[in-house]
Design a protein around this ligand. Sequence first.
Ligand SMILES: [Zn+2]
Length: 322
Amino acid sequence: MNGQTEISIVERLNIDDTPRGEKKYYFLKLISDGFSSYISVPVMVARGEKKGPVLGVTAAVHGNELNGIPVIQRLFNEVDASELTGTIVGIPVVNVPAFNRKKRRFNDGVDLNHIMPGKIDGNISQVYAYRFMQRIVTQFDYLLDLHTASSGRINSYYVRADMEKPVVRKMALLQNPDIIVHNPPSDGTLRGAADDLDIPAITLEVGNPSTFQKKLIRSGVEGIHNVLCHLKMIDDEIIKIERKTVMCQSSKWIYTDVGGLLTIQVELRQMVKKGEKIAEIRNIFGSKIKEYFAPEDGIVIGKSVSPVNQTGGRILHLGIIK
Ligand SMILES: [Zn+2]
């Protein structure tokens, strides 16, 4: 796509707007601001020559989680619509007001990924979520929702998925991630709202916030490529990676119970044993005031990289293998 590419303005996603065998780009008007100006979501559609499933790929539901944006751009760059079966719909930024403010939350302070599927006559974030679901997501047959860690934290490349659902399980395994956490969708997430509509969905946690990470972007594109192969939307081979995926039955965050300066002594993807030291806290004068130990065996999915810590700060996200 170059600067000359035409971008159409629409009010809802209508797959038929894109001719078969072509890619089209849209701004979809969702809500309006105090100037009565529209706040529009970018929509990318690659419509295949042949009929088939609609795969939705969404990014930046949290406005500062950026790695998914180049994943979608690169996917659209690489896919040949004339060779495609079915349709790929890419939403590089779901949460437009938050993206512009480089923040996680919507402009009323609400986390969009806690209020899906929104409310027809609610407040601004609820209506935004509702219209996003109604005008776009309801047309998906499958959903891949791309996230990253939150500010001040880093993540491995991991997938959250309901591994008891065979289709969802397959979509998760095809990503070749470092870690898969079995996680039935909780209320309010985009993944959960899609699941309620019987749209198989997984969440991909693609690295760190507020940046583009080349290697992980490549991994994200490969994972989507594999789903396209599996759904027979493209005629290509599934990419197998040497990486061994660690399967977790659940996961939990470990929090501090005192404030101070936090240092964490384990790395991403490191296996830890119950009782192993994982972190310590020093006061502002440099004296150690607390040590933390792994509550059970597990793997480090994500961790804090922000030393300043108050009581109740997050230390690390531990995947429980069992
Ligand atoms: Zn997120």
